[in-house]
Design a protein. Sequence first.
Length: 173
Amino acid sequence: MDMDTQRDRSKILVVDDLLENLRLLSTLLLKEGYEVRRAPDGAMALGNVPRFQPDLILLDIMMPDMDGYEVCTTLKVNAQTRDIPVIFLSALDLTFDKVKVFEVGAADYINKPFHPAEALVRVKNQLRIRQQSIRLQAQYEVIAAQQNQINEALKAQRLAEEKCRRLMAEVSA
């Protein structure tokens, strides 16, 4: 699948309590052909995820009520959402904050104010990794199904060989 096709089909959820940031990121991503949904807080983001099923989440850290760390932690403990890559957005620039981002399961981190070109490259990279992961999982499933078929065929062969041995033994006796 080429990148244009990937962009046409990729869904991105942008979560930020500052409407200007939501607008800026949404406009940038929409121009690139992504499907975008916005959420101004963590609770709304978590409510959107099951319905929208995003391929990527851009998530602000500092939000009222539920911060980005809590949102990401909630996503990562849920089997349905744990594989969705999360890119944190924040003006926080302390090493502690960056380390915590990855400890809660984020895939990447973008400093605010962000450069549009850098943000797009990071988005594209995470979407590429996600697509490769999905393809790899599908290949594992095909291999597992083929392995089951081989095991069934070997079992049938062993049973047939055992039956032949019994018949040969009966004929020789």
